[in-house]
Design a protein around this ligand. Structure first.
Ligand SMILES: [Zn+2]
Length: 196
């Protein structure tokens, strides 16, 4: 009971919430519109504002205005690579279009969504810290699924994994002018032009 009281103090109606954000637990609230339950935890389904009805013990989320700058299916986003695994890359989304977003959003690129061509290595497509332009293709299971299929999509700025210098375009690959290291990425056609 003490835990519930402590939690109530830190939450209030009207609080801005993002998809997947924890709103409460099923022992204290009945999940209402704009929410979903996962392992007993009530989470927001939408970007919006939390409404807590203490009298009826209900929690719901009012969707925010449509013009709010958050990723949606079809959005072109720019973000940094924060993780690379054998079959996927994790991107911290920073911009939707040219606008910086508020809130914390991450997306994943599956190896099958890297390129129209066959991708044999995720580690040669993205590296930590790369700036990547991608398209949101799905928000299934409350996860932003991203694609870099297409000429204009992919890495727009990358750093040398040996020395940290910005890599320059060299043929179809990338070269470090400082140390001579040559690397590969799934590069966007306007790599290095600064048009993010
Ligand atoms: Zn280097």
């Amino acid at each position: 009971m003490k835990d519930v009281l402590v939690m109530n103090e830190t939450r209030q109606s009207g609080q801005f919430v993002v998809p997947g954000q924890k709103l409460g637990i099923i022992e204290e609230f009945i999940p209402n519109s704009g929410t979903f339950v996962e392992n007993g935890v009530i989470r927001s389904k939408n970007v919006g504002y939390m409404l807590m009805d203490f009298a009826n013990k209900k929690v719901s989320v009012y969707p925010a205005a449509r013009n709010l700058n958050v990723p949606r299916v079809g959005s072109i986003i720019v973000g940094n690579t924060t993780g690379v695994q054998s079959s996927l890359a994790i991107i911290r989304i920073k911009k939707v279009g040219s606008k910086i977003i508020s809130g914390y959003f991450t997306g994943v690129i599956h190896i099958s969504d890297v390129s129209f061509r066959y991708t044999d290595s995720m580690f040669e497509s993205f590296k930590l810290g790369d700036l990547v332009r991608a398209k949101v293709i799905s928000d299934k299971n409350h996860t932003y699924h991203l694609s870099t299929k297409g000429e204009k999509l992919g890495v727009v700025l990358a750093y040398c994994s040996q020395c940290g210098n910005v890599l320059s375009l060299k043929g179809r690959g990338l070269r470090c002018e400082a140390c001579g290291n040559v690397e590969r990425r799934k590069i966007a056609s306007d790599y290095g032009e600064g048009t993010l």
